[in-house]
Design a protein around this ligand. Structure first.
Ligand code: FMN
Length: 392
């Protein structure tokens, strides 16, 4: 049986454009891409470092204008949506320069008011892959139609969503170039299921990954990889995802614990400290996006936890009108502002999204350079770390 031996070499991840006018193929030597982490956690330093080590670096393209203006004093003269576009174009150019023009991906949320404009900006700026989630990206093939070499992948959390996306995009003569499966039981940030579905244990990865693989194979798309996300921390987890039917993995939380994460905003020290300190399970909290969000348990996130029946709204301004489904000034809190506060190291006001691994005992947790983390993902954790983590 393949993928049971920890010493086994990981196979490369091959991505191919299924646009009728493209023959573009990209081979990533290490089958690991990072999950986009909004707002601003996956910037040029992190994405470029991952690509340089043979993986696929993915920038976040979500609402960058606000943290650029508020924390970096950049694009101050632009209105919010113009600033979002300008910041994204800047970051794509900076990342391309840092990785010698190699692979750069962008993550976008369908729930953004300016999703289509940002997807178009990303394609025009020459990204290699657009990964889109937090809603099903029905319109993405049309938005990037003029850019045949830009590959596109939806994020799905259930076999049903995978089927809907495959049917819709294939009907537009633009099958997906990859399917990113995000486990609602493990991944950080917004989840593609209701709180009831999550609590009832639906959509387990060991089922949905295989079902998605079969769906693609049965439709003749054997060359469309399933990229599994949520709960992947080390090489043993990567091998497990491969056994369940994936051809690649997307990892986010562990990449927060790197020197490069959030480098553009001063290194997001409080984010990393919260991850290192956390000894309790992550919580699911209510987000103004209308989707459950998984985060480190802090006094702020606990105020909005589903377990808190006495939730009280936080009065606030609406700086950017970023999310379609948000009730703007009347929403429960401003998520853009609290995610930006996390970037700015505010322990009290920051919202620190995190995958379930962040609250799990027995995992090797330390801040590493991306180069060393990628080495560990390829070859396994050092023996001393495994013993120390087991005793933690
Ligand atoms: C801090 C943080 C921010 C995230 N932001 C986004 C985002 O903006 N868009 C998105 O599609 N996924 C987002 N995610 C989800 C990740 O991209 C990823 O799929 C997921 O966290 C994988 O699970 P892991 O953290 O256990 O590796 C975020 C995750 C974290 C931890």
């Amino acid at each position: 049986m393949p993928f049971t031996d920890i010493n086994e070499e990981l196979p490369p991840l091959v991505l191919r454009s299924h646009h009728p006018d493209s023959t573009r193929t990209v081979t990533l030597k290490v089958p690991v891409v990072n999950g986009g982490m909004g707002v601003g956690v996956t910037g040029p330093a992190l994405a470029a470092a991952i690509t340089r080590e043979g993986g696929g670096g993915v920038l976040t393209g979500v609402a960058l204008g606000y943290p650029f203006q508020k924390l970096l004093n950049r694009h101050l003269d632009l209105k919010p949506f113009e600033a979002n576009k300008a910041a994204l174009a800047d970051w794509i150019a900076e990342t391309k320069a840092l990785c010698d023009g190699q692979f750069v991906g962008v993550n976008l949320m369908v729930a953004l008011e300016d999703f289509k404009e940002l997807a178009y900006t990303a394609a025009k700026s020459g990204v290699d892959l657009i990964v889109a989630g937090a809603g099903l990206p029905m319109s993405l093939p049309e938005v990037v139609e003029k850019f045949p070499d830009v590959m596109i992948a939806p994020i799905i959390s259930s076999a049903k969503a995978a089927r809907v996306m495959l049917r819709r995009w294939t009907g537009r003569n633009r099958p997906p170039d990859a399917m990113v499966f995000e486990s609602v039981h493990h991944s950080g940030g917004h989840q593609g299921a209701s709180i009831e579905e999550i609590q009832s244990g639906e959509y387990q990865p060991e089922e949905v990954i295989g079902q998605t693989r079969k769906l693609l194979d049965d439709a003749g798309f054997t060359d469309v990889p399933v990229i599994a996300a949520g709960g992947v921390w080390d090489k043993a987890d990567i091998l497990k995802m491969f056994r369940w039917g994936a051809q690649g993995v997307q990892m986010a939380s562990r990449f927060v614990l790197t020197d490069e994460a959030g480098a553009e905003f001063g290194g997001i020290r409080q984010f990393k400290q919260n991850y290192l300190d956390n000894r309790t399970p992550t919580i699911l909290e209510r987000s103004p996006a209308g989707l459950p969000g998984r985060a480190v348990s802090t006094p702020f996130s606990k105020r909005f936890a589903y377990s808190n029946a006495d939730m009280v709204k936080e009065p606030h301004e609406c700086p950017s009108a970023c999310l379609v489904s948000c009730d703007k000034k009347n929403s429960i809190y401003c998520i853009l502002d609290h995610l930006t506060q996390a970037l700015a190291d505010s322990k009290e006001h920051g919202l620190f999204f995190a995958g379930s691994n962040v609250g799990k005992p027995g995992l090797s947790k330390e801040i590493l350079p991306v180069k060393e983390l990628m080495r560990r993902l390829r070859f396994g954790e050092p023996q001393s770390d495994i013993q120390a983590a087991a005793g933690a």
